[in-house]
Design a protein around this ligand. Structure first.
Ligand code: PMT
Length: 404
């Protein structure tokens, strides 16, 4: 497990433990995360933004409305950008303000605006930690899903001893890493198709679509975090491959079909995220087509249906389809679920700038006798939610199998 390609927003608040944020930034970066730091005004009394800027490689943010940043990555984009918000140190004051839902500085506003999980590392004097007000705030925050790491107990900077010391940076890094791991698919083998396919018209032109591969790569990462052994069959995509994933590159639907049929044996779950061309030019030209005629007619022929062929050839495989629809989403998705004999289908509205080549998406998920809506969020979060749901449905399907 690593934090490779994870986007972590590190909130640093006012407390003597802020000096440890420098080491934390270094460890998170070393684990592969992209770290952006937000400091409260009080934090700057303990550590300079320059130190954290040098270590994170990005300008440190402090002001809620910063014209320079609002033009590029404004505070709402920053909230959306994060896969995880880590607040370390989290002072008693910051915890109280988060519990109240205040939004009067950049960090508290980001915490309200983000859908990413929040991990807080409290750090304060032991009396402040044990005070009923702080304990009530902690209760409120944990009820709302905020996770805590620490505080540790021991000698404190104020000369007292007891609970309230910030957890060590290594412990916070481990807690952040563990947050991405669910183990729901531990030991399972998962095959994913992703990205577009390209169908040659001549040696320099092709038919394709707008798929970027982002949804599929996010699923691959979420599946790795859930403990699966993941193979992806990728059409042309510029997206980086998550660590520990086996990647097979293809270009045409025929190549994706061959590679998928060859890899499907021995897999437990198949997810078809790829946006596959349903048709291809029947006879691609051997040389570049010249601009001589006023009109040009291409004859297209049907491509094989990869998902349909896999579900027919491997009936024991748990098959998950995607459905990209511009209208009648539920109706078309349910039809594909049945026609392709799938265990589950995730339908997304596309067109009008939705679905393809974006960082966010929404899904309506259907399975025989069931349905769940996964509202708009980042593809990273959506992939985690879908993988959890797939793991649940897959486990249920195993429990229904007759005993040997
Ligand atoms: O890659 P991104 O930019 O992140 O965008 C994500 C996405 C919009 C591409 C993704 O969320 C998505 O919807 N993928 C499926 C796109 C698609 O081809 O949908 P479809 O409704 O045409 O096909 C239904 C299912 O059959 C899909 O699982 C598809 O992979 C599969 N199929 C389709 C045709 C074919 N010849 N073979 C197939 O396996």
């Amino acid at each position: 497990m690593s934090l490779q390609q994870r986007k972590i927003l590190l909130g640093v608040t006012g407390g003597i433990a802020a000096y440890k944020s420098a080491e934390l930034t270094r460890l998170l970066k070393r684990a592969g995360a992209d770290v952006r730091v937000v400091m409260t005004a009080a934090a700057e009394a303990f550590i300079t933004p320059m130190t954290l800027q040098a270590l994170s490689g990005h300008a440190v943010r402090g002001a809620l409305f910063d014209p320079a940043h609002e033009a590029a990555m404004g505070h709402i984009e920053l909230a959306r950008w994060a896969d995880l918000v880590v607040i370390a140190p989290a002072s008693a004051n910051t915890l109280a303000r988060l519990a109240q839902g205040l939004a009067d500085d950049l960090l508290s506003t980001l915490c309200l605006a983000t859908t990413a999980p929040i991990l807080a590392a409290p750090a304060m004097n032991r009396q402040m930690w044990t005070h009923p007000a702080t304990q009530r705030n902690i209760e409120l925050l944990t009820e709302r899903g905020v996770r805590l790491v620490g505080p540790d107990s021991g000698e404190q900077a104020c000369g007292e001893a007891g609970p309230g010391r910030m957890a060590e940076p290594a412990e916070i890094t481990a807690a952040a890493t563990a947050l991405f791991a669910s183990g729901a698919l531990a030991g399972r083998r998962l095959l994913i198709t992703l990205g577009p396919t390209r169908e040659p018209i001549d040696p320099v032109r092709f038919l394709s679509n707008r798929s970027s591969g982002k949804m599929g790569m996010a699923l691959a990462r979420a599946a790795i975090d859930a403990g699966a052994d993941v193979t992806i069959i990728a059409g042309p995509t510029a997206q980086p491959t998550p660590a520990d994933v086996k990647r097979i590159d293809v270009e045409t639907t025929a190549q994706m079909h061959n590679a998928t049929m060859a890899e499907a044996a021995g897999q437990d779950i198949f997810i078809a995220t790829a946006a596959v061309s349903d048709y291809r030019p029947a006879t691609p030209a051997g040389q570049k087509i010249k601009k001589t005629a006023e009109t040009l007619t291409l004859t297209l022929e049907r491509n094989p249906d990869i998902l349909g062929d896999v579900s027919a050839a491997f009936p024991a495989l748990f098959c998950v389809g995607f459905a990209a629809e511009t209208e009648n989403l539920a109706e078309h998705a349910r039809d594909k679920l049945e026609r392709k004999r799938l265990d589950l289908i995730a339908a997304n509205p596309v067109g009008d700038g939705l679905g393809f080549d974006r960082d966010d998406n929404s899904l309506e998920v259907f399975w025989p006798g069931g349905h769940r809506s996964l509202p708009v969020t980042t593809k990273t979060r959506l992939a985690q939610q879908l993988i959890e749901l797939i793991a649940e449905r897959y486990q249920e399907s195993l429990e229904k199998l007759p005993l040997p």
